[in-house]
Design a protein around this ligand. Structure first.
Ligand SMILES: *Cc1c(COP(=O)(O)O)cnc(C)c1O
Ligand code: SF4
Length: 339
């Protein structure tokens, strides 16, 4: 039991008396490189990681899907800071998408009809290829006053018909504040759909709580959930079961992946990912070309190779199992398809 629960609660919201499993799993996540390497039975020379500004953060349920003793494991590569992170490469910059300067700052309105709320700075895993590595907001608590400023901006802009909750990761927010947040946006009459972009259901499957499903079911508007899985090995029985629980509560369940060297840059890996997603009822939505964030050059796959991979997927898979290959271009009115 934590100390806070011994004190009288000053919050008006009911608090769970027992910490949910997923929150305990967040707290117990591995935050040290040496522990990560040791837990996987790797010799430090086989996995020469570096201490990076964007710290290691790997929860146990994700660790359990990494093959011990394999320094080339495609899941390990997503979370272990390799020395290449410290090497600068031309064209790889701090803020490749130039996303500063909006008002309010946590609401991005780049694309017609859609507004994206940076719900929280926290994530349930630290992915080494992510643009967030340059914005280590840390495990900052959600800022509810920033949420109400964003809500007001959406309320005053009738052109917004879809609100995307992104981050960080919106599902790192606890059930009660999350429920109030989603409800407050769902109540805006011109908002027709809500969307959540999250890596949590597959990183920490126990996050798919009954309370979450109840919240999603009570919103009265369609909810689209976009999960983020890069490799079929992430989808074991436990993650598949969590997605199967989530599915009936949402109107669309989609996946986005990032094309990553050493993780999924082969036809076999991408076919296996699409087939596994379809098997558990998730549609492959996007395959993103890597954003050129400083410290991620070792993950980049050439667009010409990306195109070849997509061509082969198109020949081997049904159309619904082939993700759209896209990149983000600063200033463009949508994600740009890579032809
Ligand atoms: C990706 C993104 C969206 C959503 O784009 P879709 O093509 O609809 O998935 C919206 N806003 C921002 C800022 C984005 O980066
Ligand atoms: S925003 Fe998504 S991709 Fe980036 S570190 Fe967080 S979970 Fe990983």
């Amino acid at each position: 039991m934590n100390m806070a629960s011994l004190r009288p609660s000053t919050s008006v919201r009911p608090r769970p008396t027992v910490e949910p499993t997923w929150q305990a799993e967040m707290r117990a996540a591995i935050r040290r490189l040496d522990v990560l390497v040791e837990r996987l039975g790797l010799a430090p020379s086989a996995a020469p990681g570096v201490e990076a500004k964007f710290p290691v953060f790997v929860p146990e349920p994700f660790l359990a899907r990494i093959r011990p003793g394999d320094p080339h494991d495609p899941l390990l590569r997503q979370v272990l800071p390799w020395p290449e992170e410290l090497v600068s490469a031309p064209g790889f910059v701090l803020d490749p998408l130039d996303e500063h300067g909006g008002r309010p700052a946590n609401l991005l309105r780049k694309y017609a009809g859609r507004a994206l709320l940076v719900t929280t700075g926290a994530c349930a895993i630290h992915c080494r290829y992510c643009f967030r590595r340059e914005f280590p907001y840390g495990e900052s608590p959600p800022n509810e006053s920033a949420w109400s400023a964003a809500r007001e901006a959406v309320e005053n802009d009738p052109t917004v018909d879809e609100v995307l909750f992104s981050g960080g990761d919106p599902l790192t927010v606890a059930d009660e504040p999350l429920s109030s947040l989603l409800q407050s946006f769902a109540e805006i009459p011109h908002v027709r759909r809500l969307r959540m972009h999250t890596r949590v259901p597959t990183v920490i499957p126990s996050r798919v709580t009954d309370r979450l499903l109840e919240t999603l079911g009570d919103l009265g508007k369609p909810v689209i959930v976009v999960v983020h899985v890069n490799h079929a090995q992430e989808l074991d029985e436990t993650t598949a079961a969590a997605l199967a629980r989530l599915k009936p509560a949402v109107s669309l369940l989609l996946n986005q992946a990032v094309l990553l060297r050493g993780v999924n840059d082969s036809v076999e890996a991408l076919v296996a990912l699409s087939e596994r997603l379809v098997e558990i009822g998730v549609a492959p939505y996007y395959l993103h070309q890597l954003d050129r964030t400083a410290g991620t050059a070792h993950f980049e796959v050439d667009e010409s190779q990306g195109r070849r991979l997509i061509q082969e997927l198109t020949e081997r898979l049904p159309g619904y199992a082939v993700p759209k290959y896209v990149r983000e271009t600063p200033g463009a009115a949508s994600k740009s398809p890579i032809p």
